[in-house]
Write a protein that binds this ligand. Structure first.
Ligand code: ZN
Ligand code: ZN
Ligand code: ZN
Ligand code: ZN
Length: 204
């Protein structure tokens, strides 16, 4: 469950302390066994522990609740390991630290999902695959159609609200309210304008 060694620079010389002896790859989310201080990938040692209840290196009995996060200084060494970009095969030659993998991936121009803005000014965000088939006029027509749908929804909602307001108005006019209710209505109208309506008194 670790990171494949081949991803790392100088992977031939990678220190054994960064290798998980369960999966033989570079430690991923490492955990240390409390009493013997052996370190494994978190996922690897949890699975192992649940299956056999021992530490793989010394066969001593261990429990999952005896696994700890290693010291910060050790974690820093792990996340500082130099690796190749996940899109090296797509042409990215950038060398990154293990801990920067996610941020780099999101911003790597070789990532097929990486988007840049259309150079013709239509504002569309495009992946490299989309650039070839992109026509601004088509993109703008699609955008326009979506806006029309949105507009008709907004109009329908406005109509709906108008209808409810009319019904409320009729209810208020039709009803012989007592003084308390009239006061509340006046108060509510005032407070709705300020944005803080008070709870309605019990209807009688
Ligand atoms: Zn592992
Ligand atoms: Zn051990
Ligand atoms: Zn890259
Ligand atoms: Zn465009």
């Amino acid at each position: 469950m670790g990171f494949a060694r081949e991803l790392f620079l100088d992977h031939e010389d990678l220190s054994e302390e960064f290798i998980c002896t369960i999966c033989h790859d570079v430690l991923e989310d490492p955990l240390v066994v409390e009493h013997c201080e052996h370190i494994y990938c978190g996922g690897c040692i949890k699975d192992w522990c649940e299956a056999s209840g021992t530490c793989p290196l010394d066969r001593e009995p261990i429990r999952v609740d005896q696994l700890r996060v290693p010291q910060r200084s050790f974690l820093n060494l792990v996340i500082g390991l130099k690796r190749r970009c996940p899109f090296a095969e797509q042409g990215c030659t950038t060398v990154i630290e293990l801990g920067d993998t996610w941020v780099h991936t999101m911003n790597c121009p070789a990532n097929p999902d990486y988007k840049t803005e259309c150079g013709q000014g239509c504002g569309a965000k495009l992946t490299r695959n989309e650039v070839e088939d992109h026509r601004c006029i088509v993109a703008l027509k699609t955008q326009l159609a979506a806006l029309r749908v949105e507009l008709s929804q907004v109009k329908a909602e406005a109509e709906n609200s108008k209808g409810r307001l009319r019904a409320l108005e009729k209810m208020i006019l039709d009803r012989p309210f007592d003084q308390e209710m009239q006061d509340w209505i006046t108060q509510m109208c005032y407070e709705v304008l300020k944005g803080t309506p008070t709870p309605r008194p019990e209807l009688r």
